[in-house]
Design a protein around this ligand. Structure first.
Ligand code: FMN
Length: 431
């Protein structure tokens, strides 16, 4: 695997990772044997499958997962009802010891989930004592069947602070708090975690979802003997949600903690996007469930090539680079407007642009049926770009800024005139 001599290593909570790519806590990080193969493939670290104490017997529902396919696209999302590990704590701790002994330059992060203060403390101590470099506190699984677990803690912010503080008292290794996306504002629980002593935040855990409903048996999937449940949805479909939450955390000045980005990362571009909005490391599961550990080869090579091309020497120099350009919508310069432009020499005459402009946009296209070509009426174009999204030829339809003196037909004004003609009165609900 070529890295073109760029430096992919990154510091995260004072610990050096040889690259920013980690396995996230899930079945991809279930045993030492699996993690060892992932390290050999190129991953720099692992967040090991969440540990619990053996006090509560963990039984996974069966079947555990449902693939959400869309058209010919396989696994754009994955729904699961997986619980924390069902392996004995001793076996998992032995695995962590083994990994640290045989892969001392790789980073092993122990993910833990307790069901009481004592359990959080016990699991954190046991992790540190057995060589874990860090602990990640799983405050965020949306579908644990055991009372007192998972997302309930993630939404009870005082508990996040309390459990983090309890762990802080007993370990000296860095603490990452893993957040649920199943809330509106993630900065609030993250600040509670910081108050409790967390050194970093990871996000996102699975989004609570319903990926599919069985049409024959009317049961949401995975269908666990006639019952479905709102449960964890992951994979490429949740990437926009993960990027948004990480950017929120990165722009929260009061938080000011390193971030580990998770959600729908399969390629070097996905990983880079998470770095650009403020993550220092990234974690992946569903991409591995789809393609295997080898996706890290594309991540290493793709990111190295990109850095070489951009003359960026260190990964740290990419972290947060998109944040200065990320603002609220009221920052837009509405004086600047544009339209679509068409490279008609490459057009195959399918007419899809015409259909969608007519039915979902400004009716800005006329259709020359003889030549089978669209013709743009510029002052009707919304510059929504919907026509370009459905065009089968890449970059045939592009955006063009218009001079400031140019005025688009003002659809809103036309609407207002019609309304006044009709003596429009605001709608009042009948009581
Ligand atoms: C089958 C499955 C099991 C998971 N188990 C855990 C877990 O035990 N602990 C945890 O913190 N996150 C768990 N997760 C969440 C992942 O670590 C990750 O946050 C989520 O899958 C989003 O990343 P992705 O889109 O790359 O899959 C699990 C995810 C899946 C799909």
């Amino acid at each position: 695997m070529s890295t073109n001599n760029v430096d992919l290593s990154i510091d995260f909570c004072g610990i050096r990772f040889k690259n920013p790519f980690l396995l996230s806590s899930s079945p991809v990080s279930n045993t030492a044997e699996m993690v060892a193969r992932a390290f050999d493939a190129g991953w720099s670290g692992v967040v090991y499958k969440s540990l619990g104490t053996d006090r509560i017997k963990i039984i996974h529902p069966s079947p555990r997962m449902n693939a959400y396919n869309y058209g010919s696209k396989q696994l754009i999302g994955l729904q699961n009802v997986d619980q924390i590990t069902d392996r004995a704590l001793k076996d998992n701790l032995l695995d962590i010891l083994y990994l640290k002994k045989h892969y001392p330059d790789h980073i092993v992060i122990s993910s833990i989930m307790g069901f009481s203060d004592d359990e959080w403390v016990y699991l954190a101590r046991a992790s540190e004592d057995n060589g874990a470099d860090m602990v990640e506190l799983n405050f965020s699984c949306p579908h644990m069947t055991v009372e007192g677990a998972g997302a309930r803690v993630g939404r009870a912010f005082h508990l996040i602070e309390k459990f983090t503080a309890s762990v802080r008292e007993v370990v000296s290794i860095p603490i990452i708090a893993k957040m649920t996306p199943n809330i509106t504002d993630m900065t609030e629980p993250a600040l509670y975690a910081k108050k409790g002593g967390a050194d970093a935040i990871s996000a996102v855990n699975s989004v609570a979802g319903l990926s599919e409903i069985g049409l024959d048996d009317w049961t949401p999937k995975p269908n666990v003997f006639g019952i479905g449940a709102r449960s964890g949805y992951t994979g490429p479909a949740i990437k926009p949600i993960g990027l948004r939450f990480i950017s929120d955390l990165a722009q929260c000045e009061e938080l000011d903690l390193p971030l580990s980005g998770i959600g729908g990362i399969e390629t070097w571009i996905d990983a880079l996007e998470y770095l650009l909005v403020g993550s220092s490391t990234i974690q992946a599961t569903t991409g591995i469930a789809h393609y295997g550990y080898r996706i890290v080869e594309d991540m290493i090579e793709g990111l190295s090539d990109y850095m070489t091309e951009k003359s960026i020497a260190r990964v740290a120099d990419l972290v947060g680079k998109a944040l200065p350009n990320l603002k609220e919508t009221d920052a837009f310069d509405l004086e600047r407007q544009g339209v679509t432009q068409y490279d008609l020499d490459r057009c195959i005459g399918c007419g899809q642009c015409y259909t969608v402009c007519h039915d979902a946009a400004g009716q800005a296209l006329e259709w020359d049926a003889e030549k089978r070509r669209p013709k743009l009426i510029e002052d009707k174009c919304f510059s929504c770009m919907v026509c370009s999204f459905v065009c089968p030829i890449p970059n045939l339809i592009t955006y063009k800024e218009m001079p400031k003196s140019w005025e688009r037909e003002d659809v809103a004004n036309v609407g207002r005139e019609l309304i006044s003609e009709l003596k429009y009165e605001p709608y009042k609900a009948k009581v």
